[in-house]
Design a binder for this molecule. Structure first.
Ligand code: GLN
Length: 272
C-alpha cells in the first residue's frame, strides 16, 4: 500500500497537528503528498492501523506514540505523567528569562511529572543551574529520570509530597504546574491522563492553596514562585496569594490570552 493512499483514507480522523506528528515520526511529512511513491511495509501498515484504532478510541496521540514534543525537544511520556501543554511552554520561556535576568541558580520544579519544566529550563539556560525536581509519584519520577538522561541534564530528583522531603532548603525560583482541574471537570481525553496529576479537588485549588501556604519558608526575599493555574482561576488565586503573603510581580498569558502563570514574591513587609 502507498503511504499516500493510507493518508487519503485516514487523515480525516486526526487533527492536523497530530496527523503531521504521526507521519513525521516514521516518514517525512512530504511523503504523503500527491506525487509520492512511498510504499508502506506490512509492519508500517499494522503500526499505522493500530495507532488509528487507539486514536479513534479517544486515546491521546502522545500516549500512543510514547512521546511528545515540548519547547522543540522530544520527551518520553506514558500514562504515569501528564502530556505537556503549549501554555506550559510559555511559562518555561518566562522562567528562562527570569533566571537569566536575575541570575538565579537554585531552581525547584515542584510536581515535576515527566520533568519537562526542569529539563527544558536547565537545557535552555546559558548558566550552570542547580536544579531539583520533586514529585509524589515514583512512577512519574521514573519517567522524569529517563527524560533527564535522554537530554543529558543532571537534575536531582526527589520523591516528595510537595515540600515534605525538602525541609530546610531555600530556592531562588520555584516553578510548579500542580494538579488544578476541578474534580468534576476531569472528562474527555483527560480521562487517559493520571488523575493524581490533574485533580485539584472540588474547586481545583487544593494544591495551589497548599503550595501558597507551604512555599513561604522555602523562598528568599529575592526569590520568585511561578505557578501554572487554570484559565478561570485568576481571581481566586489573586485573593489567595495576597492572603498567604505574596506580591504578584507578573503574569504569563496563554495563546488565548488567559492568565495561566502567576509570578509571586514574598511581600515586602515580610522581607525585613
Ligand atoms: N493543563 C491541563 C489541562 O487543563 C491540566 C494540568 C494540571 O492540572 N496541572 O488539561
Amino acid at each position: 500500500m502507498k503511504l499516500k493512499d493510507w493518508c487519503d483514507l485516514n487523515r480525516k480522523f486526526f487533527t492536523e497537528s497530530d496527523f503531521r506528528y504521526l507521519i513525521n515520526t516514521n516518514f517525512s511529512f512530504e511523503s504523503c503528498f500527491e506525487t509520492s511513491t512511498v510504499f508502506l511495509s506490512d509492519e508500517n501498515v499494522v503500526f499505522l492501523n493500530r495507532v488509528l484504532d487507539r486514536y479513534r478510541n479517544g486515546e491521546p496521540l502522545a500516549y500512543i506514540l510514547g512521546k511528545e514534543e515540548f519547547y522543540g525537544l522530544e520527551f518520553k511520556v506514558n500514562p504515569d505523567v501528564l502530556i505537556p501543554r503549549k501554555e506550559t511552554e510559555l511559562i518555561v520561556e518566562y522562567c528562562i528569562d527570569l533566571i537569566q535576568s536575575r541570575k538565579f541558580v537554585k531552581v525547584l520544579d515542584l510536581c515535576c511529572g515527566s520533568a519537562v519544566i526542569a529539563i527544558t529550563v536547565k537545557k535552555m539556560t546559558a548558566m550552570a543551574l542547580n536544579l531539583t525536581a520533586a514529585d509524589i509519584s515514583e512512577k512519574a519520577l521514573a519517567v522524569a529520570s529517563e527524560n533527564s538522561q535522554k537530554h543529558n541534564q543532571n537534575i536531582r530528583f526527589v520523591a516528595s509530597d510537595l515540600y515534605s522531603a525538602l525541609e530546610g532548603e531555600k530556592f531562588d525560583l520555584i516553578i510548579s504546574n500542580p494538579p488544578y482541574v476541578k474534580t468534576g471537570q476531569i472528562e474527555g481525553s483527560l480521562k487517559f491522563e493520571p488523575i493524581i496529576a490533574l485533580d485539584g479537588g472540588f474547586d481545583g485549588l487544593f494544591f495551589i492553596r497548599r503550595i501558597l501556604a507551604e512555599s513561604l519558608i522555602f523562598l528568599n526575599p529575592s526569590s520568585c514562585l511561578v505557578i501554572e493555574i487554570g484559565y478561570d482561576q485568576r481571581l481566586e488565586v489573586i485573593e489567595l496569594a495576597s492572603k498567604y503573603g505574596y506580591d504578584i510581580i507578573g503574569w504569563v498569558k496563554d495563546y488565548s490570552q488567559h492568565f495561566r502563570g502567576i509570578v509571586l514574591r514574598l511581600k515586602e513587609t515580610k522581607n525585613q
